[in-house]
Design a protein around this ligand. Sequence first.
Ligand SMILES: *[C@@H]1O[C@H](CO)[C@@H](O)[C@H](O)[C@H]1NC(C)=O
Ligand SMILES: *[C@@H]1O[C@H](CO)[C@@H](O)[C@H](O)[C@H]1NC(C)=O
Ligand SMILES: *[C@@H]1O[C@H](CO)[C@@H](O)[C@H](O)[C@H]1NC(C)=O
Length: 410
Amino acid sequence: MFFVYFASFLYLLAAQDENVDDDDEFLKPPPDDEGSFAHPLHRTYLEDSYCMDGTQAAAYVYEGSTDDLIMYFYSGGICISDNTKFLKYGDYAYIDNCTHRNTTFYGTSNGYPEEFNANQGLMGNNKYQNFHLRKAHKMFLMYCDGNMWHSQMNSQVFKGALSQMKLIPKRIILAGSGVGGWYIINKYNELKSAIQELYQDNDIELRILLDSVIFDISRNQDIINAYTEVTNRIGISINDIFSFDALLKVDVPTFIVHAQYDWWQLEINDGFECIGKIHLDKCTPKEKKQIEKIRLNILQQLKDLMKIKQDWGLWAISCVFNELIIWTEAWNHPKFQVPMIEGGKLSDKFQDWLENKGDNHVHYDIVSWPDNKPCSNIFHSGKTDPQLDDMIKNYEINESRRKREEKYDL
Ligand SMILES: *[C@@H]1O[C@H](CO)[C@@H](O)[C@H](O)[C@H]1NC(C)=O
Ligand SMILES: *[C@@H]1O[C@H](CO)[C@@H](O)[C@H](O)[C@H]1NC(C)=O
Ligand SMILES: *[C@@H]1O[C@H](CO)[C@@H](O)[C@H](O)[C@H]1NC(C)=O
């Protein structure tokens, strides 16, 4: 899977060991630092839960040693009958045709390896990746139904998944990116009941962590049509997704993570070719002005939501990215902070919120791109940051290569 190369690349940055250059080395802890050892996650199959092609749905598990349990719902867009309009974006629209998706990593569990050793960010278990929650129990739920989770998951399946975990948790964090996040938003009540039924008398604290769920698709009829095909198929409404009304209904404390220049929003949905997933440097002043309007409109809605939901939290960075919590680079890295000075790392801010520490849990950059300089990918001189540039470029290249591979190699 695409995490492998990227993770070892990040590890290279952290490890100061010039000889670390393959995956075996990646698993070897550096001397004197037990906290750097990255433990793989182990595959498990979920009962009565199936991928598009009928294979059994799977998850990857880490047995931790605290009372926290993180259930993470992965992202991956949708499949529709005819995706001709999105073919030009390659793999990045995350809108496939169903025939094609059936044979990919997002449609079948065939070829999922037994161990997943490049877990990062929230799914990481060493100090560098995931300082605060490294010892939490974790389940990385793999998305493979093309139906925004609505076919492969339900409260019975969820209970089965929970009962595979060897703990009675004190706290459960339901985390999700993209459509995984929207599944949690739509079904939080059922997931909550499943938790109550399973653990009966135990008082379990429930928290939600949503990553890259806020999109404004109102200007793109093709995307509206594509998502409507799926919402019709699964019996929900298009207003149940990407909507602040749906978010407002959620009555569980929730933390929202958002890239103010989300490239899926700007490049795929709004068609700004100047983005290139990396920075806005190629955009004209006119394009930048349009982009600012989009960014500020979404940010304002997020701020309004936070006024209504007093116990919620927000971390919204002024950088170009998409999906932040399972990348160490964004979750726990000094280049990604709000505000940009020391002390605004996502993992720290999330932990403060989780522990009710401090009274401000709403963090957003007020500056435009590229003024959160460390994550802007631009130096003061206007040149791009070669390190960040490489990271993001390689991530793209390897991700699309990974998807084309017949054999899945996590
Ligand atoms: C992407 O893959 C190539 C070839 O497999 C590798 O050399 C490169 O380091 C990978 N990218 C990253 C970010 O590790
Ligand atoms: C389905 O998608 C694949 C890959 O994106 C493409 O090669 C194929 O032509 C598409 N098929 C149809 C019927 O659109
Ligand atoms: C997916 O694959 C399964 C098994 O090969 C097949 O029965 C099903 O019709 C396929 N679905 C689509 C949409 O191609």
